[in-house]
Design a protein around this ligand. Structure first.
Ligand code: SF4
Ligand code: SF4
Length: 245
């Protein structure tokens, strides 16, 4: 990430989602899940872990062929029975997120992952080094600039501070997630655990008792469950036909 002098007058940020569904069906993107996202998903959907697993994909990759891409990833992969894999929301045919319904609406809107909440924005470092002391600014993501139709000159102005807070929270969450993954991977490397991907998810749910993450109180989250868009048959077929398991 390049550093630059702080902008005296940073450009105004504008955005209003038009529900075009492009970001939720982008074949070049998958939605990473931190352990907090996984817990929120489970609390929002109110499903047992076995069922929760049906919405989660483990994305393997080719270490050599995708080296450049991997260097840019801010999330960390876990060791699984099929090699290293990123944990994310399952995509189905047409690369659609399993939670995107036919009207291009997110059916888990009120407990969607943090990464979805900050799109089409990201950050850049404007002062200091990488890490908690760095001063950040909000910018549009490359993909947001490429295809998001929600950022026209007539779209509502977005408060920088609000997005910055969200991004700062995201970064802290990714860092905690990285630590957890490092522990998991170390145990797997030392053959102290059987690194089954599903066990990683079961472990997170068990760990929740110690973390005491507050329950979702939002009634809208419960309503979202009724609209949950998921086709088990299609999902199984998609998993079989791709590198996702
Ligand atoms: S690409 Fe932009 S407008 Fe379309 S769904 Fe995503 S955030 Fe909304
Ligand atoms: S969780 Fe919701 S916002 Fe995120 S990619 Fe899926 S449908 Fe889109």
């Amino acid at each position: 990430m390049n550093q630059r002098s702080p902008d005296k007058d940073p450009p105004i940020l504008r955005f209003k989602c038009t529900s075009c569904g492009k970001c939720c069906s982008d074949p070049q993107t998958f939605v990473n899940l931190t352990f907090r996202d996984i817990l929120n998903l489970q609390k929002g959907l109110k499903v047992p872990t076995n069922e929760l697993l049906q919405y989660i994909g483990f994305y393997t990759y080719n270490v050599e062929e995708e080296k450049d891409l991997m260097e840019k990833m801010v999330y960390s992969p876990i060791i699984t029975e099929k090699g290293k894999a990123f944990v994310g929301i399952l995509r189905q045919e047409g690369s659609k997120c399993v939670f995107l319904n036919d009207e291009n609406r997110c059916t888990i809107y009120h407990f969607r992952p943090k990464i979805c909440r900050s799109f089409p924005f990201t950050y850049k470092i404007i002062d200091g080094d990488k890490g908690s002391a760095a001063k950040l600014d909000v910018i549009y993501t490359k993909k947001g600039l490429e295809y998001c139709p929600g950022k026209t000159s007539k779209s509502p102005i977005i408060k920088r501070k609000k997005i910055l807070n969200l991004i700062t929270e995201n970064l802290a969450e990714i860092s905690a997630d990285h630590n957890l993954i490092q522990s998991w991977n170390k145990l797997a490397e030392n053959k102290k655990i059987t690194p089954k991907a599903s066990n990683y998810i079961f472990g997170i749910i068990e760990m929740d008792n110690q973390l005491k993450l507050p329950d979702l109180k939002d009634d809208r989250a419960r309503k979202s469950k009724k609209n949950s868009y998921f086709n088990r048959k299609k999902s199984r077929k998609f998993r079989r036909n791709t590198g996702i398991f």
